[in-house]
Write a protein that binds this ligand. Sequence first.
Ligand code: NAD
Ligand code: IPM
Ligand code: MN
Length: 386
Amino acid sequence: MSDMTGNGGHGKKNNRFSIAVLAGDGIGPEVIAVARRVVEAASGSEGASFEWTEYPFGAAHYLRTKEVLPDSAIAEIGGHSAMMLGAMGAPSVKPGILERGILLTLRFVFDQYINLRPAMSLPNVPTPVPLNGGKIDSVVIRENTEDLYMGLGDISSDGTLNAPMNLSRGGYKLKGNLSLSITPGMSYAAQVALNTSHGVSRIARYACETAIKRGENKVTIVTKSNAAPALYGFFEDIAKGVIEERQLKWEVVNVDALCYHLVRRPDAYGVLLCPNLFGDIVSDLQAGLAGGMGTAAGGNIGDGVSMFEPVHGSAPDIAGTGKANPVAAILSGALMLRHLGLDSSAARVEKAVSSYLMSASGSDLPFEFGGSRTCAQVGDGVLKKI
Ligand code: NAD
Ligand code: IPM
Ligand code: MN
């Protein structure tokens, strides 16, 4: 795989960037179209230019061709500076085929071990829980390659199960077999979760760097070692060691209690270091507390080519209605610009979103925030502020 994951020197030549675009399903293409326009407009002042290569993968392509994501496309995508992804998954395709087959495959193949998911209060955006003057400014640092996401497991119909446990991740290869039988015979499912010292220490290091950059001295470790002491006790211990080495403080909060605390005090947390599954769940909760799924930006970051995508999915319930909020995709574009070294362009995007929201009243807001502006109209509003 190493030839696939090499990213051609980030594809950057003379401030020219090539971006692989996988807009995907549902509202994915709607919000990505807006994010692209904003990224282009904001980066002009830094003399950057973008070349976009569109890939058709997603539900429609799969239903037409039975192709999910061919190796040849993976190799080509690896030659780009970065990727932007909308969302994968649609009611017309069995869950997992596109989500695992495209989204998770890309995270794993390119070893994008960091899932960076900031959550913040945005001006004029109503929140479901009163903030009493406080502000949400937290960031989920989600391990992005391990835990229950390894894809190891199977279903037994008769009581016996033999599931191969072979895979490779950046940094290691796993080999083996899970062999089980149950008495009395019945059907069951087993799915193996793994956290490795390699995987946990590198994400814990990134959480520490994030805390330091934010001027904070604490990392909150989000686990559930009371119920799964091997899997999450291990995660905790490795993370604590890394955090102490960096002379930072840690606190451990069980994920159930964290959800409770977050709902009561959404502004009380900074860096939340999470195993893969809890990071997935907590980042949706954070998005909801900040005002909606359409607020939440994300980046899948590794040492090779990285991928930027909103936290939300394809939202089939509002696809095609114009009600999709593009703010999350736009802010994911800002994360991409910063990753590419275009810091002032990233800041321009973030400022433009804030000043658009600040000057928007009532009906000028996106649908999700109680207004009546469509996805494209919100894009126009943000572009005017650039
Ligand atoms: P979802 O995030 O698509 O939607 C949850 C709710 O939030 C829906 O009510 C939706 O209308 C709303 N919402 C989401 N994004 C919004 C936006 N930008 N503006 C306004 N409202 C928004 O989650 P789901 O319904 O569980 O998943 C739908 C499909 O997307 C499934 O196939 C799922 O597997 C897939 N999915 C893909 C990704 C991804 O590719 N990154 C992420 C999550 C879910
Ligand atoms: C996300 C999504 C994915 C995940 C799904 C679609 C596999 O929910 O990016 O948060 O669980 O990581
Ligand atoms: Mn999710």
